[in-house]
Structures are given as C-alpha cells and as structure tokens.
Design a protein around this ligand. Sequence first.
Ligand code: 0X9
Ligand code: ZN
Length: 451
Amino acid sequence: MAVNRPKRFNRLAAGFFLFFGFFLIFSGTLKASDPPSGKTEIISLEKTPEGLAALAASGNEWDFLLETAERIYLLVCPQDLAFFQTNRLKFRLETHLFPPAFPSAGAMSPSSGANGAYHSYSEVVAELNDLAKRYPGLAQVKEAGRSHEGRSILALKISDNVASKEPEPGLLFLGCHHAREWISVEVPLLTARYLLENYELRPDVRQLVNGTQLWFIPLVNPDGLEYSIRVYRYWRKNRRANEDGTFGVDLNRNYGFSWGIDNRGSSPNPASEVYRGPAPFSEPETRAVRDLFLENRIDGLISYHSYSQVILYPWGFTTAPADKAPLLLDLARRMSELMAAVNGRRYVFGQASTLLYLTNGDTTDWAYGIAGIPAYTIELPPVDILNGGFFNSEADIQPIFAENLAAALDLIVWCLENNEGKYWLNQEGEKDLDRIRYQPIMKSSAMTKIK
Ligand code: 0X9
Ligand code: ZN
C-alpha cells in the first residue's frame, strides 16, 4: 500500500526522531522544504535506527510502498538517493525489479494502444459511448463533469427505462481516483459491460438491472491517468496546477466529510502525494462524483483502488467504529467469501482506518457520512509491491474483474433486498435471493477489451 506511513513505522520512528532529527537537519544534507519531484527510483531501506530516524526527520513527503519485517520500500527521487548515500544509510536500489517509471509509448502491447489491454481516456470514452449505442434502452452516457484539463468525466447509467428516474435503489461504482491504479478502471468498466451483455441472456442479471439504477464512473481522474500512461507511470493525483508550482490534489482526500481534520490522514502541503486541496470539493473531479451522487438515488457505493487486496469500510478518518459497523462488516465478509469462491483469492476486510491507515476526505467516508449507505473501498490485487504493486499484468484483468463482479452483484442484491423487496418475490410470493446471489459467473465478451 502506497503513500501513508505504515503505523508500525510511525511508532518506531517517533522514538528516534529527537535523537537524530536535529543532527540531520543541521547537517544541511536534508532540505525539508524541497518538494518531492521526479521520483524515479525505488529503494528498500533497512530498518536501522539511523534509517528510521532519517525518514522521520526528513519532512519529505515520502511515497511509501511497503513495509516488511526488515525493510521499508520507498519511491524516491535522485536527490534522495544522494542523501541516503551520504548518510551511509543501509539501502538497496530496487528500481530494476519494477517496470520503468517513465514508460515509452506503446510499451505494453504495441497492437492495443499506449497502455496495452488497459484503457486510456479516449478508449474509456469510446467504450462507454459504444455501450450506450449498442444498448440504447438500457444504457446512457452522461457527462458528470470536466477535469482541470477539460476532459469529460463520463458516467454510464444502466437500468431498464434508462431515460427516466425511477424510484428504484441506486448504486455507484467508481474507478481511478488515483492515476497509477490502472486496474481500477477496468473493473467497473467490465462490470457495466457484463450487465449489458448478459441482460437478455440471464434472468438474474435482468432482474437486477430492472430493479435498480446502476451508475458507473470508471475514470474519475482522466488527466491523471493520461499523465501516468504517457509521462510518469507512478503519478497518483489529479493535474491541478498548484500555487507553489507543484501539481496535483489527491482526489481521495478532497471529499467534504471531515475534510482536513488533521494532517495525518491528509496533507496541507501541495507537494504531498496526499495533498487534500485548498478546500473540500475544490476539484472538478470530486465535484462530478458529488453532484451525480446528490442528484440521484444512491444506496450503495464501491470505489475501486489498488493495490492490497482488501475491502475497506468507514470510518477512515477515525478509529472509532461507524454506527453501522456491524452491517458494513457483515456485507464485507459476504463479499469476500463470494470473491474467494471465484479464483480462490482472499480479500481481507475491515475498517479502513484500522486495517490500513487513517485518511480524511475520502470518498467512502463522505458517502457513508452524508447518506449512511454501505460504501466500500476495494483495493484490488496484488497484495503488495513485491507481487507487482500498481503493475498488474494484462492477464490479471479478467480474473480480478470476475471475482469483483461477484462482490458487485452481491451489493446490488443487498440494495434491492433492503430497499425494494417487490422485485424479489418468487412464485409463492416470498423473497428469493439465494438463486441470484450464488449464480456462477458466465464467461462473457465483457472479459476482453473491445476497441
Ligand atoms: O490512500 C488511499 O486513498 C487508499 N489507498 S491507495 O493506495 N489506493 O491510495 C485507501 C483509502 C481508504 N481509506 C482509508 N484507508 N482510510
Ligand atoms: Zn488509490
């Protein structure tokens, strides 16, 4: 899991900070005010007292990738390397283990676009428009907003009578708040496609689509994704031009619930990877999600991220449990079981702040905070950077989609069951949910990218 400091590290580091901190700052080797830029190298630092103290004292906004028992993996820039060398900290350069931070155009599979089987901005636009064209009665594309650089933030609505607002439960599926998390575009996109392609074929899918209004924004951060594809693979934030000359707001720190309540769950520093922006909903990308959410009935939400292979639910801003924690836990457990049944992969689940780390201003805290609905962050595979981190292979797309489809369908079923029982009566007039929930997933052309 990238970005925030692992909790264990924070505790250890605090102990060493006073001892070594002043030495490092006054030695002049560390310029705490330098914004981290051009982080092209990956190092793993041995967890020696000196190493931990150096990190704690740096004041730099390190991009943490992984903590193991002995080492901490970080994305750093060349100046940082010099610092680690000069201070004789025990580290290893690991950059060679990972794909390049600055990809050459067409680096993945030359036949299928700049980012191979993964979708670029224009491919997402084409795909959503294609779906709406092929399924005019069931799917509609709407521009939810425009990014800083003027790209469309497109939403796809799927429902019977798609043109009208019906009093049916709604769900919202979001992808790619973070630019480098390419797999998070694919999962909501393929889920939408699966539902449409199977509407005629499968009565269970038909029943779900008829009974709900399903919204998909697979690409919340189009500017960031393009930057990650074409310029710098590790880009995370959007592309706001900040006042200090740096770029980007972390969109998953910009939502307006408990926004910026501390500097641990987000940062006021524009150079930071977790910069929360100048104000809640300061970003057009988060406003697009907010406005769609508020203009429509939304009863459940999943926001896809990567990586870690976990299911997270509110709260993220505090370790105190949410009022509806038992329900959130129950649904997460159920989703996790259904996902494991598909490929045998287990997604650990729990409260976001305690299972992962504290954040404030994230999507799911806001959705749960204002509407009390089940709202999940699903961190897609792999489990850690040593297993690929943000660099899922093209072959990963299908299995990750398939297991996540099981979870998405289950949340849709839950929303129906708990909001509109009439769609679920069997011939005897009783609710009949199991039939749908445990259907095996059909193979579909949704599993391959169609250009
Ligand atoms: O930090 C984030 O925004 C998410 N992780 S990621 O590596 N994809 O950036 C996690 C957000 C979930 N919320 C909390 N952990 N509180
Ligand atoms: Zn993310």
